[in-house]
Design a protein around this ligand. Structure first.
Ligand SMILES: [Zn+2]
Ligand SMILES: [Zn+2]
Length: 250
């Protein structure tokens, strides 16, 4: 699977996953023209995108959705999140359906996308596991205030694209209003470096898994800090970066 992180952070998030001859975008949170430019930089033609899957309707995940209309790309989102998304042509809207509380997977020919519930202050946010018929699977977990066991079960695989949003102390000491601090730190906010590190110690088996730490806060985190926190947690489990797993902070 080819992973291209086209954008990551509070200014916008967009990931291109290419596998089984298909490219899928997870979120489109930067301007359409920027997505087009960055796709071309990694040798992907915008008109070759198979589908866009949206985690939730916040602007840093949906700003570039006019891309879908321009190239006729189907857009998948939950019933709840569609309430917060406008401007996508009716013919391109696809709704992720649930059955007994779990989401139905979307089969796109050679690759299946499994949505799963996340915890964030939007209507019905999800993360995604992307699984080709042959080859490694990937999971994408952006904005979520916590990780539960159902999520961990869905995430298990070999490529982890996961939020490491903030350092709790930096948030507490920041000049954010108390209401914003509380929101970020709540179960419906964002993952701290420590939360992400704890989840990865559950998930990593030391088989060379690839980790991408994403959606870092520009004011309440530092790439070196996020990296050090995750590496220290995994070292305690006996796993070394470069030997047992690979880590990239985006
Ligand atoms: Zn959000
Ligand atoms: Zn976000």
């Amino acid at each position: 699977m080819k992973v291209d992180i086209l954008a990551s952070g509070s200014a916008g998030n967009c990931i291109a996953l290419t596998t089984a001859g298909k490219t899928i975008l997870i979120d489109a949170g930067i301007a359409k023209t920027k997505i087009e430019k960055r796709l071309l930089e990694v040798a992907i033609r915008p008109d070759s995108i198979t589908a866009i899957f949206i985690t939730h309707a916040h602007g840093d995940h949906t700003k570039g959705l006019p891309l879908a209309n321009k190239y006729g790309i189907p857009v998948y989102a939950t019933v709840g999140e569609w309430k917060g998304i406008s401007g996508v042509d009716e013919r391109l809207r696809r709704t992720l359906e649930t059955r007994y509380g779990d989401y139905e997977p979307s089969y796109l020919g050679g690759v299946t996308v499994y949505p799963f519930h996340t915890h964030h202050d939007s209507y019905e946010p999800v993360g995604y596991a992307i699984e080709p018929d042959i080859g490694p699977r990937a999971c994408v977990v952006f904005d979520t205030g916590k990780l539960d066991n159902d999520m961990l079960a869905m995430m298990e695989g070999s490529i982890y694209i996961i939020e490491a949003n903030h350092d709790r102390d930096m948030v507490a000491e920041s000049n954010y209003p108390d209401s914003v601090k509380a929101r970020v730190l709540s179960d419906l906010g964002h993952l701290s470096n420590e939360q992400t590190a704890a989840a990865l110690t559950e998930l990593i088996r030391g088989s060379g898994e690839q980790i991408y730490l994403t959606h870092l806060s520009s004011s309440n985190n530092m790439p070196t800090l996020a990296e050090a926190t995750v590496k220290a947690a995994l070292r305690r489990k006996g796993f070394l970066e470069g030997t047992h797993y690979h880590l990239e902070v985006v």
